[in-house]
Structures are given as structure tokens and as C-alpha cells.
Ligand binder design. Structure first.
Ligand code: P6P
Length: 334
């Protein structure tokens, strides 16, 4: 029984005891990720004081101009995780190649994919950002995993989560047995269970999309959004509200708390890239969480967690959230 106020460490140990599907070292791995997120929360919260705002002089593999915090938070994740013996390798949004574990350290059973600071352009304007992570099993007998060992469907994930650094710092976690939310109590330095068994309402009247891309969308998306905007004056039985945080962690957290549909569809500018959001460390972990909370997550044409990845930085279109609205926009793609 999970009690409000229980620490995330106790919650994880008790969940693993009940559902011994994953070895104890998943508990150890999650503790390492949680320690890294606490450190990142502190850096984000104090970025102005520490002179960490603004851009570095480099671009990442995505061709995006890196912010100082993108690089620093990536280093925090690697430094908290490469020596503990729970991982065989890592993939980060900020690093082109697979991050191998030094020969000086023991290797573990898991692979970790992460976006160390999603939505980082929001830090300088004091809006929510976050860390997204996805845990896969390292294939048996593979000592030094390379790209192809990460190319596993989202259905193979052992665990997924994100930390949102907002008015409060929250950790959202699933190990395949529901979704639970934990709030960082800065007085004791622990994440405490505050949102047990999060469930997404099947219906919503709130959509999230970057409207400035409207002229680039495919017809099914234009139709769906036009209908939302027309509300009861058009095809729909209700009126809609809109939100856009430019931070996927903030959008997904809002949807977990009150429903909604988040969309980053294909558009003609990015069609060749396959979309904007990355499959391994954004779309798949968020899809695992959304589905475990009773929602739906699709590219518009297929279930995201069924996609067979072809590269570690692959991008996909994303429609996720309240079941009935995602299924409606998917039906328009048929
Ligand atoms: P746009 C942040 O860069 C991100 O990857 C997601 O967190 C967010 O939903 C999206 O891109 C925002 O994209 O085009 O509105 O800046």
C-alpha cells in the first residue's frame, strides 16, 4: 500500500518487492537517477546566481545551439551514473555517440536514454524545464553495447520517468505498474509521494500545439485543430482551451493532472527528419507514462511504443494524452 508522504526510495523498494519483475539493481539505478535530478534541480533553481544562463559556443547532435545548462546537466547525469555499476551504457540527447562505461568501473544490466534538460530555452525566462529518462535492459552477453543495442521498441522499457523543475520539483515515475508523482521536500532533500496512481481523464477540452506551425501541418491535423477552435460553432460538442509551454515535461505533467492532448506533428519543414521530438529519450518514455496512466500515444499513424527504432536520435511525430481526443485525431489520418 503506497501512503501519501512515503519517500520515493521506500516506494521503489516496496514496488520492486511486490512486483519482482526487475532485479534489485533497478532500485539502485533509480536512486542514482534521482540523485542526479536533485543536483540538476539545484543548478536550474540557482542558474542566474551561478552565471549559467545563456548559450555555450557549441551545437549538439541535433544541430541545436547548446545552452550552458544543457552541457552541465548532461555532465551531471553521466557523473552520477557511469561509476555505480548499474548501467552498461547511456544515450543522451546532447551526445552524438553512445556513452560507454569506463573500463575502470563495473558494468550493469541496464541501458539508460535521457534528455538531461528538456525545454532548456525556458530556463532564462523562468519557466518549467525537466529531465526525461528511459530504462532498457542490456541484451544478454553484451559487454560493450553500441548503437544497435539501444534500438529497442518502447514496449521493452523497464522504467520511464521525468523530473519537472517548476514551482515545485516533481518526479513522475512508472515501472509498468501505474504512474506515481513525488514532490521534492527541500527541507529533507527527499522526493515524497504526493500523487499516487495518476490517471488521465479519457476526455478533454484542452489542446497543446505550437500554432505558429499551422501552415506546415498535414490536412488531418489542420482539420482537428480547426474543429477545436470552432468548438460548438462547428463540428464539436464543446469549446476548447489551448496551452503551449514549449516544454514537453510541463505539458505531460499538466495532462497527467487534468487531461489534455499534446501534439508535435509532422510538418513540411521537418518532414525529412521525421518530426521534432526524439523517440528514445522523449517520445518513448513519455508514451510509457501516458499509457500507464490510461492515455494514448501515437505518431498519428501508429502506436509510438511499437515503433522499431532505426537510429538512436531518431525523431517522430507525437500525439499523446486523453484517449478519446488522441483517437479522434488518429482517425482523421486514416
Ligand atoms: P517549439 C523543447 O525544445 C522540445 O523538445 C519539447 O520539450 C517541446 O514540447 C518542444 O520542443 C517545443 O518546440 O517548436 O515550440 O520550440
Amino acid at each position: 500500500m503506497s501512503d501519501i508522504g512515503q519517500s520515493v526510495n521506500q516506494f521503489i523498494v516496496e514496488t520492486q518487492r511486490t512486483h519482482s519483475s526487475a532485479a534489485d539493481d533497478l532500485t539502485g539505478l533509480l536512486n542514482d537517477v534521482i540523485s542526479a535530478c536533485k543536483k540538476i534541480a539545484n543548478l536550474v533553481n540557482r542558474s542566474s546566481i551561478l552565471g549559467l544562463e545563456g548559450y555555450a559556443s557549441s551545437n549538439n547532435v541535433q544541430g541545436e545551439h547548446q545552452k550552458k545548462l544543457d552541457i552541465l546537466t548532461n555532465d551531471v547525469m553521466v557523473e552520477h551514473l557511469n561509476w555505480t555499476g548499474h548501467l552498461a551504457a547511456m544515450v543522451s540527447e546532447e551526445i552524438d555517440d553512445v556513452i560507454t562505461i569506463s573500463e575502470d568501473y563495473p558494468k550493469g544490466k541496464y541501458l539508460l536514454c535521457f534528455d538531461p534538460l528538456d525545454g532548456s530555452s525556458n530556463v532564462d525566462i523562468n519557466l518549467s524545464v525537466g529531465t526525461i529518462f528511459s530504462v532498457l535492459r542490456c541484451p544478454e552477453g553484451i559487454e560493450t553495447p553500441s548503437h544497435e543495442h539501444f534500438l529497442q521498441k518502447g514496449t521493452e522499457q523497464v522504467c520511464a520517468g521525468f523530473c519537472v523543475y517548476g514551482p515545485s520539483t516533481m518526479l513522475i515515475l512508472t515501472t509498468g505498474f501505474g504512474v506515481n508523482g513525488f514532490t521534492l521536500d527541500r527541507e529533507v532533500g527527499e522526493f515524497m509521494l504526493t500523487h499516487p496512481n495518476m490517471q488521465i481523464p479519457e476526455d478533454t477540452s484542452e489542446f497543446a500545439i505550437n500554432m505558429s506551425n499551422q501552415r506546415f501541418w498535414e490536412p488531418p491535423v489542420k482539420r482537428y485543430i480547426d474543429e477545436c477552435i470552432q468548438g460548438v460553432d462547428g463540428e464539436r460538442e464543446k469549446n476548447f482551451n489551448m496551452r503551449w509551454n514549449a516544454s514537453m515535461v510541463a505539458e505531460v505533467y499538466r495532462i497527467l493532472t487534468r487531461g489534455g492532448i499534446f501534439m508535435y506533428p509532422l510538418d513540411s519543414r521537418i518532414a525529412k527528419q521525421g518530426g521534432k521530438l526524439r523517440l528514445l529519450y522523449e517520445a518513448n518514455p513519455m508514451s510509457f507514462i501516458i499509457e500507464q496512466a490510461g492515455g494514448v500515444s501515437s505518431t498519428g499513424r501508429e502506436r509510438i511504443m511499437e515503433i522499431q527504432p532505426e537510429s538512436i536520435h531518431q525523431r517522430v511525430p507525437v500525439f499523446l494524452g486523453s484517449k478519446n481526443e488522441v483517437e479522434r485525431v488518429v482517425s482523421y489520418h486514416k
